[in-house]
Ligand binder design. Sequence first.
Ligand SMILES: O=P(O)(O)OC[C@H]1O[C@H](OP(=O)(O)OP(=O)(O)O)[C@H](O)[C@@H]1O
Ligand SMILES: O=c1cc[nH]c(=O)[nH]1
Ligand SMILES: [Mg+2]
Length: 212
Amino acid sequence: MTASVKVVDHPLVQHKLTMMRRREASSAEFRKLLHEIGLFLGYEALKDLPLGHVMIDTPVTAFNAPVISGKRLTFISILRAGEGLLAPLLDLVPGASVGHIGLKRDEVTLQPSQYLFKVPPHVTTNLVIVLDPMLATGHSAIRAIADLKEAGARNIRFICLLAAPEGVAALQEAHPDVAITTAAIDEKLNDIGYIVPGLGDAGDRLFGTEDH
Ligand SMILES: O=P(O)(O)OC[C@H]1O[C@H](OP(=O)(O)OP(=O)(O)O)[C@H](O)[C@@H]1O
Ligand SMILES: O=c1cc[nH]c(=O)[nH]1
Ligand SMILES: [Mg+2]
């Protein structure tokens, strides 16, 4: 069975995404908006975390109160652009462990090459959330998740800001066990592998490295 694809269509998310897509949005605006949307995406992707209970004292009474229990979390940032989602996810779950996978897409072949793979040992037992704003051909996400499985990860979810239908289909085909949470599925890829209408190169826009 194929895992779910959840599009977070909340008006606040859609509005903020529109602001990000604008050519004239600065890196500072882009980063801030990605952070804000990342909080909503994380909220949605983690909504089934199991709860336990602990006894606490409020100023009024003792109370058996809900707390997150059981699942420990590892966030995996696909460099560079994943860093823009890592920060809001760590705001939500400060105690999560963090791994980094450095991938750079070749502009001609559209295949990613890996320059870093550094993940904590608990990926084998934790719930692993892979973060990358862009799911275009899907090659980068597919490679990252394959390498995480090779490292022993078994329980993996993927959060992105924006997906192409081609990327969603490819990721579902390669990793049918991985649920996807995104703010939008756009129309298509263009002939150089960019999401249309998209927002351009997320890494460059986050870090201000686009060609001038
Ligand atoms: O689905 P795909 O076709 O693989 O494309 C998506 C990948 O491309 C971008 O990274 P990029 O290679 O530009 O690296 P960067 O984050 O350093 O800019 C993006 O952040 C994804 O990792
Ligand atoms: O549209 C795209 C496709 C791949 N990577 C990006 O950053 N943007
Ligand atoms: Mg890039």
